[in-house]
Design a protein around this ligand. Sequence first.
Ligand code: ADP
Ligand code: MG
Length: 704
Amino acid sequence: MKNLSVPVQYLRGVGPARARMFNFAGIETAEDLLSWIPVRYEDRTKFLPIASLSEGDRCVVKGKISASGKRPVRKRGFSLFEVIVSDGRGAISIKFFNQPYMSNILKEGRTAVFFGRVSLDKYNGFLTMLNPEIEIMGSGEDELIHSDRIVPVYRRIDKISGRMIRKTVFMFLSESPEMREMIPNEILKKYGFPEISEALKEIHFPSVPPGVDPEAFVRILHERETVAQKRMAYGEFFVFQAGMKQARIDNARVSSSKDIKITPRLKERVIKILPFKPTQAQKKALGEIVRDIVAPRRMNRLLQGDVGSGKTIVALQAMIVLVENGYQAAIMAPTELLAEQHFIGISRLLSNSPYRVGFLSSSVKGNSRNKFFENLASGEIQLVVGTHSLIQKGVEFKNLGLAVIDEQHRFGVSQRVMLGEKGFEPDILVMTATPIPRSLAMTLYGDLDVSIIDQMPPGRIPVKTVVKSESGREEVFSLVREKLKAGEQVYVVCPLVEESEQSDLTAATETCSRLQDIFPAAGVGLLHGRMSPEEKTLVMEDFRKGNLQVLVTTTVVEVGIDVPSATVMIIEHAERFGLSQMHQLRGRVGRGLRPGLCVLMVAGKGTREAAARLRVMSESNNGFVIAEKDLEIRGPGDYLGARQSGAADFHFGNLVKHFSLLADARQDVSDLFDQGGISRNAKKLLLESFSKKWGDKAGFYSSG
Ligand code: ADP
Ligand code: MG
């Protein structure tokens, strides 16, 4: 008997050529094929009377072919074949473009079913269907697959049509392949879930429950709310959460051999570096972090908080705890610019402290680089700030006790693993300024503890956000003029242009020279991804010092900078930006005492989705709210995709629609593992399945 691990090549109807196309799309086994779920379903149980059709209907008609013929086409190499189909009461013309073989299939006198969209023939004003899917009646088992049922519609894979996929799936399922059940029986019972084989059959070839209208059932299918769909989603979450749970267990076992003492002297020092009173949220976060540092297990913590909520200073305090205990601590940023920013900020905060701070990026070269490595290995450097360079091979620490990773989205898992290999099992603190909705944090960082700073330092006035169209530009410019006169500074962000980095640059360059003309007295600077780190630093410094009052940037450059007199952020083509991205950019203004303003310039009409994003931006200033909305509007796939988080992706599960199932699975797995309600063997299977699916991609799994 076949099982789910059979390679697709050995499925009926799939030879080496198709197998290659499947493989290229990531479909290696029958199981992968069954995870290629329908993009939608079509109710093909009801045939509409041809006489009742009207333009725009997506429908199924059944009738006899009463006439057929080739139609002349002007262009060489093109063909058009037409049949007239009648059901006794009405007739319709059906055309096939460039499918000459249809003349062999659609012979006069045959009865066939057509699924497609009714349109109006521009030339003669009659109703027609162009390139519908067809099924000849009375020709064998295929009619059972493609008609007279709720039919799954699949996205095509290369040259393999959706119809071909449907047939392949159908034939495989009808062989009753063996499937391994991952969900324990009691849990299936608890939720009233069907067994896996039943569920997969229902996902691909749903049967309408008795008494339910097929059309209504299709709607439920599209909402992904049938019991089969929920079961498969749950099953996927269950396996995922098993992996996460095991990671948490493993992690708790990794003992950290560090000897950390919190003395009154240390407490005093940690507080002394603060030039202000910490917020309640900062205190709480630091408390959680320090508790982890002291605990005899390794810390794996995510620190979430909006831009400007004061994460860096909390991280720095944690670093001091390590340094005071004789260990080294590192903080790493994703870009040179951010690393430098941290270095400057931290050096300033520590200017009256005895700690020795080092800096490494790719711009530290030659002799000073060698010197740096020496000092790092000897322990001469206690606190180090840098970029990815810090975790490259050959960089040796004396005793790294804590690694703080800023803006984790750009750090891949492998990088975190490499960091772990730096020895001494450093505690790990990941900071992110893009708050992640709880639902996602739970899945992506299932093995991480989470601290949240959800409070802004006092005195910060929320940034006001307005949406303007091109017709409001003059108004915006005169406002900018006033701000510049008052000595304030302005960012102008140009969006990513799809085509290339080059056109990206062109757009920014043009904006820059236009603004130079409009504001001749203000220095207008340009920052873009093609500049060398040295050039970037120079421009940044000029902006920070106020030599430049306006800074035009492309999004290639992370504007991770802290310039208190920057009060205005203009985002060009705001309709092209994601919510979280805009929110992040907005956080760069209003960091001083003067109120910030964010202008979202919108060109053209944009999509409804874009309009929704802009509305959210002008209504909320809270990163956590925005993250939730972002997830809601874009859906998790896009949301995560835009972050390139290498996050877990689910085939059956949808984080928005099935969120409560995710939470259920987490709880169920946790209970089962904790109470020993699962056999060793079942556990082993679950974890194998987990690593097969997510082992090297799941957020933070490989931390142990
Ligand atoms: P984040 O890293 O979360 O974006 P930062 O740590 O860079 O935020 O802090 C933003 C700004 O707010 C910095 O200038 C910092 O010195 C200041 N700051 C942080 N915490 C407080 C506080 N409790 N009170 C006043 N200012 C603060
Ligand atoms: Mg920061």
